[in-house]
Design a protein around this ligand. Structure first.
Ligand SMILES: [Zn+2]
Length: 177
């Protein structure tokens, strides 16, 4: 999928990668499992320290930390959005101060883009992953196991949407200041 450029409220950024086949990038990686790896979200490359806000109203559904910076997510948040879908933000700073169940208003800042040393060892970026309720049902009691990749033809791929439809809808939705 080609990368596109866009202009947020205060900074330039570029993004891409929804349902991109990244199998070749992971080949021979220590965690590689020998299967195809399709990227389930969209990556927004922005400087570390960039505030991230929720583009639609919702509530905090799951919070995960990566204290040794080894899991690959850094700070990770999942929100249940009004309307029933779920939005995951990964590779954030880990000083998350939100509470489970906390209601979040549209446009409210929920996290900060993390540095490599705290975001799971990646270049500074936001991984946004938009999932339907079936995706979450399949991970009940194991939300920590939700990954940003899945094999081709997996249930995960059938249960995600391109987050661009809410993050950059040209009018109200935005996630990156
Ligand atoms: Zn990603």
């Amino acid at each position: 999928m080609a990368r596109q450029s866009g202009r947020a409220k205060r900074i330039d950024y570029f993004y891409g990668g929804f349902l991109e086949d990244r199998t070749y990038l992971w080949r021979n990686h220590p965690t590689e499992k020998g299967e195809s790896l399709i990227h389930l979200g969209t990556d927004y490359t922005v400087p570390f320290g960039t505030p991230v806000c929720l583009p639609k109203p919702g509530e905090v559904y799951h919070i995960m930390f990566d204290p040794e910076n080894k899991i690959g997510w850094g700070g990770r948040l999942i929100f249940k959005l009004e309307g029933g879908n779920y939005l995951l933000f990964g590779h954030l700073k880990q000083d998350i101060k939100l509470q489970l169940g906390q209601p979040i208003k549209e446009g409210e800042i929920v996290g900060i883009i993390g540095e490599t040393t705290e975001n799971g060892n990646w270049w500074p970026h936001l991984h946004a992953q938009l999932m339907n309720s079936q995706f979450m049902v399949n991970y009940v009691n194991k939300f920590n196991n939700i990954d940003g990749y899945a094999p081709a033809n997996s249930d995960e791929i059938r249960n995600v949407f391109n987050p661009e439809i809410i993050i950059n809808d040209g009018s109200r939705g935005y996630a990156i200041y």
